[in-house]
Design a binder for this molecule. Structure first.
Ligand SMILES: [Zn+2]
Length: 427
């Protein structure tokens, strides 16, 4: 889930739009009254390269690091799947058709060659220190029920081998990614129970600090600098995630937390949905100083498609996403770049990358970009890097089998006074 500060977005969305196709150039002009707000255009890749990209993705389907569809099932149908058909064209079915975050259904998944997905279990920071643990468990339950109801097309998996087997059977390997650290209510027992239900990554923060890790917003000033990175308890969270075999996800955190996590983690870490700060300078993107450390860590930076992270005026196209992917590749290396669209959590999508059916267009555009992408490279971008990192994480877990569960408790002094009012043992 991504929040945007761009005030015009929703008014623009409701304005008349005009789609032009001319000599392979695709452009959109957004018009409000007499005023032309923006003009976007990109070169549609050739049919030959789109066919080539589809052939590559048929062999190495996309594993996407972050999709917020379950946020929508909560808000639109209260996670009641009784009359819900995921294997239908949700662009034609209400309430989905008029939903701004309508980016996925099984037919579009097949078109897009999506083979694996971390489904985001997300509830907002408003739940922190209140009913967060319950709400996250409700979202975890919804993910597992959605997958079970669509077992002809999806399979719930928790291991790299499970991902590979599901994809080989033509099913969408489905995993839980918990967003974010407020899900554990500063307690390692809850972290362990999230692992038990199948969670395989946890983003350390969302847009608010946790009592043990600072959010990216601590860099922009909209959150205070609190731990200035990871607190001692935050370090223990990382160590326990390593021991369990759960990816540490450092999308959404401050650069100080990214750096601390790289210092502390014994396993590869991921950015489940983050782009490149050198290409667009927003705090949610990854600085080069961090990208440069990815080869030593072995982790993966999965590029986010949100238009306002991709381009400073939020007016992004497919070509701008190509720039981010190429930058991450050039700085972190071809073994450390992946895809983390943030679909279903973003209300502005790049022209040409409107939903999960469009991954092959992105891969075709990469084939036509200034950076040379071999078939093998594109396979790494699609799923190879994430699977390699996941196997390395599992190897670290196995190597730590003699380590006892971490049993530290967060210090009561790490809480602000207003954060303990709902805690019965603190009052
Ligand atoms: Zn997010």
């Amino acid at each position: 889930m991504t929040y945007s500060n761009v005030s015009l977005k929703h008014s623009l969305r409701s304005c008349p739009t005009k789609m032009l196709k001319f000599l392979g150039l695709v452009s959109v002009t957004l018009v409000l009254g007499d005023h032309v707000w923006a003009k976007r255009e990109f070169a549609m890749p050739s049919e030959a390269n789109i066919a080539k990209a589809k052939a590559i993705l048929d062999k190495t389907p996309i594993i996407d690091g972050h999709n917020d569809f379950i946020m929508g099932t909560r808000s639109l149908i209260q996670n009641d799947f009784t009359n819900f058909d995921f294997n239908s064209d949700l662009t034609q079915v209400e309430p989905w058709a008029s939903y701004v975050y309508n980016h996925v259904d099984l037919p579009r998944i097949r078109d897009g060659r999506l083979g694996g997905q971390f489904w985001s279990s997300y509830v907002s920071c408003r739940s922190a220190h209140k009913d967060a643990v319950q709400l996250f468990m409700e979202q975890n339950d919804a993910i597992k029920r959605l997958v079970a109801l669509n077992s002809d097309h999806m399979e719930f998996v928790t291991t790299a081998a499970g991902v590979e087997a599901a994809m080989a059977n033509g099913k969408v390997a489905s995993m839980i990614g918990v967003e974010s650290g407020h899900a554990i209510n500063s307690n390692l027992g809850i972290l362990r129970m999230l692992y038990e239900v199948g969670t395989r990554y946890m983003t350390l923060t969302h847009t608010c600090n946790t009592p043990w890790a600072d959010a990216a917003q601590a860099e922009s000033g909209s959150q205070p600098v609190r731990s200035d990175g990871l607190s001692p308890f935050g370090v223990e969270v990382i160590l326990e995630m390593n021991r369990l075999g759960m990816f540490v996800d450092v999308s959404h955190v401050s650069s100080a937390v990214m750096s601390d996590a790289l210092d502390v983690s014994r396993a590869p870490i991921i950015f489940s949905h983050s782009s490149a700060r050198a290409v667009n300078n927003v705090v949610r993107n990854v600085p080069d100083s961090i990208l440069e450390r990815m080869p030593d860590n072995g982790g993966v930076v999965m590029v986010n498609f949100y238009s306002c992270f991709i381009k400073d005026d939020c007016d992004a196209t497919l070509d701008d996403v190509v720039d981010h992917v190429n930058h991450v590749r050039n700085v972190a290396g071809v073994d450390h770049v992946g895809i983390g669209s943030d679909f279903c959590g973003i209300d502005e999508v790049p022209l040409g990358l409107e939903d999960v059916s469009k991954y092959p267009i992105l891969f075709a555009a990469l084939l036509e970009s200034d950076v040379e992408w071999t078939d093998e490279d594109l396979g790494k971008l699609a799923n190879g890097n994430l699977l390699r990192a996941m196997k390395e994480m599992e190897t670290v877990r196995d190597s730590l089998s003699g380590e006892a569960p971490h049993q530290g408790w967060i210090s009561s002094e790490d809480f602000e006074p207003d954060e303990t009012s709902c805690m019965s043992e603190m009052n």
